[in-house]
Design a protein around this ligand. Structure first.
Ligand SMILES: [Zn+2]
Length: 278
């Protein structure tokens, strides 16, 4: 499942391909994504110019010149393939459900084998009250997310800090991988109750969240360069994690003999160091 850094990397790639361009044609091959693609989707988008590409949590927002916004979520397996006019192929991928064709002949193809992704339309004026975003917490890379706001959001929560951070009301877009990585970096046990994390440690946690996300986005940026020469596929990138999916491996930041531990919390895998994280 793409996490925030992947979505941000895709946003940056799409921005280069889409911003300032007119969408000539939209083809919806399958409407039954996670929510059905609206019937007027094509007619409302064709002919419009893309003003900007933004992101809220793990949703991409394609802002059009008439004030409408295309909301895109990649779900579990969604990918965006940028196909310059000069490299267009006539081979249609089996799972390419939506294709946007730009005025210059370039195409953006949305592929999603599992169809947990979605495309929806709304107005920019009402984006903050849209059901997807109404109760969403602050962006982790924005100034609105700091020690004070995180403390206010979790100080009464008697759930493990890991679960609290996965709650999209607390902070937007954080997923399992980066929560594990941030707790490791901050030295906080994933099992500690949110209510029991002291204020100085919450400040450190905020910093750790920002760091792990920014490092991953930076790593994604370096893979982004490849997109322009290869097949233009935007989706996932390899990134080395300190603890995630590394059960039993040596702990990179301390000399503990046990190494990275694996437990399951709320049906999700947690990776951590029992010595370093308290
Ligand atoms: Zn360790």
């Amino acid at each position: 499942m793409p996490e925030l850094p992947e979505v941000e990397t895709i946003r940056r790639g799409l921005k280069i391909a889409l911003e300032g361009r007119r969408i000539a044609c939209v083809e919806v091959r399958r409407r039954d994504l996670r929510i059905p693609v609206p019937d007027d989707f094509e007619s409302k988008i064709e002919g419009r110019v893309v003003e900007s590409l933004t992101r809220r949590g793990k949703y991409l927002l394609v802002n059009l010149d008439d004030g409408r916004v295309v909301i895109v979520h990649l779900g579990m397996s969604g990918r965006m393939i940028i196909e310059p006019a000069s490299l267009r192929s006539n081979v249609e991928g089996l799972h390419e459900h939506v294709v946007f064709e730009l005025e210059d002949g370039a195409r953006i193809r949305f592929s999603d084998p599992r169809r947990f992704g979605l495309m929806a339309l709304t107005d920019r004026d009402s984006i903050d009250t849209h059901p997807f975003f109404l109760d969403m917490g602050p962006e982790p890379l924005s100034e609105a997310f700091d020690g004070a706001s995180l403390h206010a959001a979790i100080r009464t929560k008697r759930t493990p800090i890991k679960s609290a951070l996965l709650d999209q009301h607390v902070v937007a877009g954080l997923g399992n991988i980066y929560v594990c990585e941030a707790l490791y970096r901050a030295g906080i046990s994933p099992r500690r109750l949110a209510v029991n994390v002291s204020r100085p440690r919450i400040d450190r946690l905020v910093e750790a969240i920002r760091e792990v996300l920014l490092e991953a986005i930076e790593a994604g940026g370096s893979t982004l360069k490849d997109y322009t020469r290869a097949d233009g596929e935007l989706g996932y990138f390899q990134h080395r994690f300190a603890v995630y999916d590394r059960a039993g491996e040596p702990c990179p930041e301390c000399d503990c003999s046990v190494g990275v531990a694996h437990i399951v919390q709320s049906n999700r895998s947690t990776y951590f160091c029992a010595k370093r994280q308290r």
